[in-house]
Design a protein around this ligand. Structure first.
Ligand code: FE2
Length: 119
């Protein structure tokens, strides 16, 4: 178990599972990258299609790991809620999200949301 930076025996089971998910995510992402490169250069049309199919399945596997991490490590949930399906420059997404949160708090404290729901 050379991948561990701390004593495996000392790690709580939840941390061990998180490590398993993170290690799996790394492996899936590596596979996506490898397949993606092979798809780009494969000459045979059938091989290219099969490699693309396999690559896209690895994307599903990676997403499953991300979802598990979201459900089990709060920082993932918070970050994914900020960044996924956002628009505009990635470096500005978090600031815009926080501004939206602040605006929602203000309108909530003024009862605007409550008035809208009563219509
Ligand atoms: Fe996979």
């Amino acid at each position: 178990m050379s991948e561990y930076h701390e004593s495996w025996d000392a790690l709580p089971e939840a941390v061990r599972d998180a490590h398993r998910a993170l290690a799996s995510l790394k492996e899936e992402i590596e596979a996506i990258d490898w397949y993606h490169q092979r798809v780009a250069l494969a000459g045979d049309v059938d091989l290219k299609a099969a490699l693309a199919h396999n690559r896209d399945e690895e994307v599903e596997h990676a997403c499953m790991m991300v979802e598990w991490l979201r459900r089990n490590m709060p920082a993932w949930d918070e970050a994914l809620r900020v960044f996924l399906f956002s628009e505009g420059p990635l470096t500005e997404v978090e600031e815009k999200f926080r501004q939206g949160e602040a605006a929602a708090k203000i309108s909530g404290s003024l009862g605007i949301g409550g008035l809208k729901e009563r219509k």
